[in-house]
Design a protein around this ligand. Structure first.
Ligand code: FEO
Length: 435
């Protein structure tokens, strides 16, 4: 039970190996669903398809002999929406409440036209259940364009959809911050600007509990959770330290990495984290890259390009709008080293990256020259403050325009008159200048 009127009806998934087909889930996954019992009854979201019967049984236990009036669909990704059609078979009089975009998706997923059984809500629309007055908050791209959150003013609860969620079942104890950070940067990380927009809207609400679609209900020190989301979505530095992400074919690049770690510690670095990209959870490495202020990339030139795991890693960073960090590079090559040049090129579109002056060039194995470069890189990284270099004087001024329909963000000096949103196809009039 969440409050006197709100009950938990979600499930834990311990059959899952990889969430969304790519994120390891050793502690399983929770798909949360809630019921608000009032004069009218609202069910908040469904769960993953495999757990239809368990969810329906949980609903039955919560409802008793009553039937729900509404199914509120906050997010159409199948981990939450898979049982909408099944729910409507059992409760045919229930009305589905969601955003216009979600109803398009319901039609596409289920071939179901709900035009006689739906309420389309926009940002700020309300729905009264009795005591509980629900206000809907659009949250496009957190994590899909149709997402809405729901605020219950009576119990001061924010139903936050995917936001503030984490990996792991509710019946497993683990570290919330670690698994929420890995979840955030893996799944929502690209959409920092959209998360910032939602956080501004939420700041006007008196929130006493957060009920996400994954992970536990949050109710103590909510400011700490909001602050973490603010740091993550603004690409700020959460922890002081250096992350080294590397690949190594015969161990020579690894030797350089271990030497660098030793030198960083000797130079007073407060934390050194090493990730072997061929063996670690790739998204743990991604999470670390966004957590700390300094990142060293060490890899081998391979097929006149980068060793594959490093290429994949940098791709994961750039597609998540990696920015605002200090970068050190270590390359290894036995005849034509060009890994550093390729890594720098791959990162060239990232904003506010400061590259260390020292690049370590290993020609097969460490020698006197490359060892000296490792020492110099360690000193340089320990001499720098985290985040973008202080000495930067020219701040590139770029405006950001958000598509008010789906949340996609355009960056540029001005908004082109012929702009067409690549996500939802809307034109110039749908865009608003972001603060
Ligand atoms: Fe939990 Fe975006 O689905």
């Amino acid at each position: 039970m969440i409050t006197n009127d709100i009950k938990y009806t979600g499930v834990n998934d311990h059959l899952i190996d990889m969430f969304e087909g790519q994120f390891v889930a050793p502690n399983g996954m929770a798909y949360n669903s809630y019921v608000i019992l009032d004069e009218k009854i609202a069910v908040m979201d469904s769960v993953e398809k495999k757990f239809a019967e368990e969810w329906l049984s949980n609903l039955k236990n919560a409802l008793g002999e009553k039937a729900p009036d509404y199914l509120i669909v906050q997010h159409m990704e199948p981990d939450h929406s898979a049982n909408i059609a099944r729910f409507l078979e059992i409760y045919p009089d229930a009305v589905v409440v969601s955003s216009a975009k979600a109803f398009d998706m319901i039609q596409n997923f289920f071939g179901t036209d709900l035009s006689t059984h739906r309420i389309i809500v926009k940002d700020g629309d309300t729905l009264s259940l009795g005591k509980h007055k629900l206000t809907f908050i659009t949250a496009p791209m957190v994590h899909w364009p149709e997402v809405i959150m729901t605020y219950d003013a009576y119990d001061k609860i924010l139903f936050s959809a995917d936001a503030f969620g984490k990996f792991g079942g509710l019946d497993v104890e683990d570290d919330w911050v670690s698994e929420a950070r890995r979840y955030y940067f893996g799944i929502i990380g690209k959409y920092g600007a959209q998360v910032q927009t939602v956080l501004k809207k939420l700041s006007a609400l008196d929130v006493q509990k957060i009920c996400p679609l994954h992970g536990p209900v949050l109710q103590d020190d909510l400011e700490a959770y909001f602050n973490l989301y603010d740091t993550w979505s603004s690409y700020g530095v959460e922890s002081d330290g250096v992350v080294i992400a590397y690949t190594s074919v015969y161990g020579h690049t690894k030797e350089a990495v271990e030497l660098l770690a030793q030198k960083l510690e000797e130079n007073g670095c407060p934390k050194v984290v090493i990730n072997d990209l061929a063996r670690c959870d790739m998204f743990k490495a991604v999470e670390d890259a966004f957590r700390y202020g300094k990142l060293v990339l060490a890899t081998t030139t391979y097929n006149a390009n980068l060793f594959p795991f490093m290429k994949e890693f940098i791709h994961h960073l750039t597609e998540r709008d990696f920015q605002n960090r200090t970068i050190g590079l270590i390359e290894n090559g036995s005849w034509a080293p060009k890994a550093a040049e390729i890594m720098k090129e791959m990162l060239s579109e990232c904003k506010d990256l400061t590259f260390a002056d020292t690049t370590v060039k290993i020609l097969s194995a460490l020698n006197e020259d490359s060892t000296a470069q490792v020492n110099a890189l360690a000193k340089e990284l320990c001499g720098r403050s985290d985040g973008p270099a202080e000495e930067k004087t020219e701040e590139k001024k770029t405006n950001r325009y958000v598509c008010t329909v789906c949340g996609w963000v355009y960056e540029g000096d001005s908004l082109p008159e012929d702009i067409e949103c690549p996500l939802c196809g809307m034109g110039y009039d749908a865009f608003a200048l972001m603060a």
